[in-house]
Design a protein around this ligand. Structure first.
Ligand code: UD1
Ligand code: CA
Length: 456
């Protein structure tokens, strides 16, 4: 059965980014460019019918999108966008793709609605090829759309190849790099692409000229002046696109009832969920799959990624929180660092200069100052004194520290794991604890203070 597929062109190096990282892995608000393209396709084309041409940094692409690799087609040498299409063609044919949506992987802001509109226009008119165009008075490095006297598209001419004496004055209409192809109609043209142009590359855009010359209908669908359809090629363009998206997300949250102070300095990623009724103070960054529940508040200068901030929780300024779970009504910071798998349960408190990793603070437990809790379980109501350190690493392996409920750990205590402190136990300040302490016991490990007359 013939069906609709999608092809993302993402093999290029992105020379203008001046970076070794494949361009489409450069991020906006913490997510790679091409992630946004996948999102836009979601719901339009089933994931199994989405192919991605990878090449430069293919290994990094595989690592970033392991679930997508069945759809990866490798273009060993990046000889141009037309060559990318040629490379993917056999796989698309074998899969029975009849209508192909092609999207440049460096167009992260493309709205799903724009792709849907192009597909719709294609279905209604059934041309050989349709593509979206943008009105851009200063067309920069984009491909120029050339139309004939009747308004029909005649060609797309790349910036480097554009010559007003042959192509006429600039029209201000550019190619977005988003196309729909009728595979049967375009197939015979594909082998006729050549690289006799200023870049020495095989251009997908030459299909337009080839189709028009062959008398096949080509449709240039005008999308107006939408900046969301512009490809990103350089740090400047990336920063502009990121700012556009940031402002859009923050405005949407404000409209939905999230209180954001200093919205102009607040960064919220596209996967973050901020519930109406939470309160955020900029500047801050909330990225990845983070949720901030209603009634929670996040202070300024805080960075959060892939974490859950529970209802009524208070995250004070200057916290760094990643892969952590902050329970309801907890108080965190200022200057707290919660690393992956840090969990604070209902009403627990984490104060300044406390670091937690793979550690759980039970309900109402407190670690107020200057501590490291790694690979640790702390029972409900326990109090961790200032300067308490779990010595979890012996140089080879990590070990657990378990602290019972309502235990009290005096200041400047080293807990050498594996070790267990019983419920309601008390550890005297300055102790180095290497053996388990029983329930309700007092443990003290420190040298006796001596007092001698001062030598004169
Ligand atoms: C391309 C279009 C241009 C259009 C612009 C819109 C061509 C020749 N030109 O130009 O008309 O205005 O997009 O943004 O297509 N890629 C590969 N393999 C390659 C080369 C590129 O997969 O061999 C991928 C890139 O990773 C990128 C996309 O194709 O995601 C577009 O390539 P790029 O070099 O950025 O094309 P532009 O010069 O921007
Ligand atoms: Ca581009």
């Amino acid at each position: 059965m013939e069906h609709t597929g999608a092809l993302i062109l993402a093999a290029g190096k992105g020379t203008r980014m001046r970076s070794e990282r494949p361009k489409v892995l450069h991020t906006l608000l913490g997510e790679p460019m091409v992630w946004y393209v996948y999102q836009a396709l979601d719901g339009l084309v089933p994931e199994a019918a989405v192919w991605t041409v990878v090449g430069h940094g293919a290994q990094q692409m595989r690592a970033a999108f392991p679930g997508r690799t069945p759809g990866f087609v490798v273009q060993e040498r990046q000889l141009g966008t037309g060559h990318a299409l040629q490379t993917a063609w056999p796989a698309l044919g074998e899969a029975g793709v009849g209508t192909l949506l092609v999207v440049n992987g460096d167009t992260p802001l493309v709205p799903r609605a724009a792709l849907a509109a192009l597909l719709e226009a294609f279905q209604a008119r059934r041309p050989a090829l349709a593509f979206l165009t943008v009105d851009l008075p200063d067309p920069g490095a984009f491909g120029r759309v050339v139309r004939g006297p009747g308004g029909d598209v005649a060609a797309i001419v790349e910036a480097k190849d554009y010559d007003p004496t042959t192509h006429g004055p600039e029209s201000g209409e550019i190619n977005s790099g988003i196309y729909v192809l009728d595979m049967a109609a375009v197939g015979p043209l594909l082998s006729r692409l050549d690289n006799s142009n200023a870049s020495g590359e095989f251009y997908i855009t030459d299909l337009v000229d080839l189709a028009a010359r062959a008398g096949l209908p080509v449709l240039g669908v005008r999308a107006g002046a939408d900046p969301q359809l512009l490809g990103v090629n350089s740090p400047v363009e990336l920063a502009r696109a990121e700012e556009l998206l940031r402002a859009r997300i923050v405005d949407g949250l404000l409209e939905a009832g999230v209180m954001i102070h200093q919205p102009g300095t607040t960064v919220v990623g596209p996967r973050a969920v901020l519930e109406p009724g939470c309160e955020i103070s900029g500047p801050c960054e909330i990225l990845g799959a983070t949720r901030v529940a209603a009634g929670a508040s996040v202070g300024a200068q805080t960075w959060i990624r892939d974490s859950d901030i529970g209802p009524g929780a208070l995250v004070r300024p200057f916290c760094h929180i990643e892969g952590a779970q902050v329970g309801p009504d907890c108080q965190i910071g200022p200057f707290a660092r919660l690393r992956p798998l840090a969990v604070t349960e209902q009403g627990a408190r984490v104060g300044n200069f406390v670091e937690m990793k793979k550690a759980r603070l039970g309900p109402g437990a407190k670690a107020g100052h200057l501590s490291y809790l790694g690979d640790a379980q702390v029972g409900a109501g326990a109090n961790i004194g200032a300067g308490t350190i779990t010595c979890n690493y012996d140089g080879k392996n990590k070990h657990q520290t378990v602290i019972g409920q309502d235990a009290f750990i005096g200041s400047n205590t080293a807990l050498v794991a594996p070790v267990r402190i019983g419920d309601r136990a008390l550890v005297g300040a300055g102790s180095v604890i290497t053996k388990d302490v029983g329930d309700d016991m007092l443990a003290l490990e420190r040298s006796r203070q001596r007092e001698l007359p001062r030598r004169k």
